[in-house]
Design a protein around this ligand. Structure first.
Ligand SMILES: NC(=O)c1ccc[n+]([C@@H]2O[C@H](COP(=O)([O-])OP(=O)(O)OC[C@H]3O[C@@H](n4cnc5c(N)ncnc54)[C@H](OP(=O)(O)O)[C@@H]3O)[C@@H](O)[C@H]2O)c1
Length: 323
């Protein structure tokens, strides 16, 4: 529980009453909940969405429906589901709207299912809907071994892009390579612009996927190819960058915002179709969601710190042992 805003150490583990499902809701017995960057921001009161205190962090879960509220088919009880909940995932049981549920692809384990929705949903929406990625295009992914970044590498490769992965360590770049990146850039050691020029024969990437922002955004945008699309996904690097508007003009390029959370609410049918397509790609063995570390609920703070310290490759997951 987050009772006061602060670092992960200020969270407390507590027994609370079991949730009751309201009309239109189900109760999910949570098996796993993955850690996303916004969880860290929310407990510090640094996120755009501000849940009232107290709350339990955790924006997405996988588990089993154990109760249903008024208006929900009781046949759902016993179904394994993944769900986008926003907050409350780091718990044993959670009441969530039925409309937030999605089926778990057959054969996918709970930690992977808890990691799939946000990372793969965001990156698929970004690349397909917002970036109009075509096979053969060159895709640069910044923060390429993070949650959404590694998913973007994986999806980009599955859709036939030539993926250039950029990240801060060799271990992270090795993970991106294993997920289909054809080329890599270690931006902790190499000059991003010079290396991009070298790797693309001076042409620049067609699409740039940026969940990092900070000091990387402007040099990355300056390197983009003609008619390029720059996908603004997040600002894990800290400061929100400011770009001179002559840059998109000079390259005939697009600066494209990506807000998957709003997309799931405003275009619910498109979101469900995307998740169906992703489940299909996963079932065909074309996607490889990676869970690098699993923490018991008691160690949720350590999971959040691992993310904040840039040590996670792919996803960190919190699991719930139930008596
Ligand atoms: N727009 C949307 O719809 C949407 C949806 C989901 C997430 N997001 C955003 O996307 C961003 C990434 O989320 P995520 O859950 O994938 O996080 P993550 O797993 O922690 O990945 C973030 C990556 O950013 C890089 N990074 C650079 N500077 C960092 C710093 N000071 N602290 C932490 N990481 C840093 C790290 O890679 P290196 O060490 O290789 O630099 C890290 O792997 C967040 O800003 C999140 O809010 C946006």
């Amino acid at each position: 529980m987050c009772r006061q805003f602060g670092p992960p150490e200020s969270l407390s583990l507590e027994e609370v009453p079991d949730p009751e499902p309201a009309a239109g809701q189900v109760v999910v017995d949570v098996a796993a909940s993955s850690v996303n960057f916004p969880d860290l921001l929310m407990i510090k009161d640094e996120y755009q969405f501000k849940p009232g205190l107290p709350f339990s962090p955790g924006g997405e879960v996988a588990g089993t429906v154990s109760a249903v509220g008024e208006g929900v088919d009781a046949g759902l009880i016993g179904t394994e589901v993944m769900a986008l909940c926003g907050v409350g995932g780091f718990s044993e049981r959670l009441a969530v709207a039925q409309r937030a549920l999605l089926p778990i692809p057959a054969g996918m384990d709970m930690p992977t299912a808890a990691s799939f929705l946000t990372a793969y949903g965001t990156s698929y929406h970004a690349l397909k809907d917002r970036g109009r990625l075509a096979a053969g295009e060159v895709l640069l992914v910044l923060g390429a071994a993070g949650g959404v970044g590694l998913a973007a590498v994986d999806i980009g490769a599955a859709l036939g892009a030539v993926v250039i992965a950029a990240a801060s360590s060799e271990a992270k770049l090795a993970a991106a390579g294993a997920h289909g990146a054809a080329m890599t850039i270690n931006y902790a050691e190499e000059d991003l612009r010079a290396r991009l020029k070298e790797l693309t024969g001076g042409q620049g990437p067609d699409i740039i996927y940026d969940p990092v922002g900070g000091d990387l955004a402007e040099p990355a945008f300056r390197s983009i190819g003609w008619n390029g699309r720059y996908l603004v996904v997040g600002f894990a690097g800290g400061p929100i960058p400011r770009l001179p508007l002559n840059l998109p003009l000079l390259k005939g390029a697009e600066l494209v915002g990506v807000y998957w959370g709003s997309f799931t609410a405003r275009q619910a049918e498109d979101h469900r179709r995307n998740m169906d397509e992703l489940a299909g790609l996963w079932s065909e063995g074309k996607l490889h969601p990676a869970v690098s570390s699993v923490f018991p609920l008691e160690e949720a703070a350590a999971a959040l710190n691992e993310l904040g310290d840039r040590r996670v490759i792919g996803k960190a997951v919190v699991t719930t042992a139930r008596p």
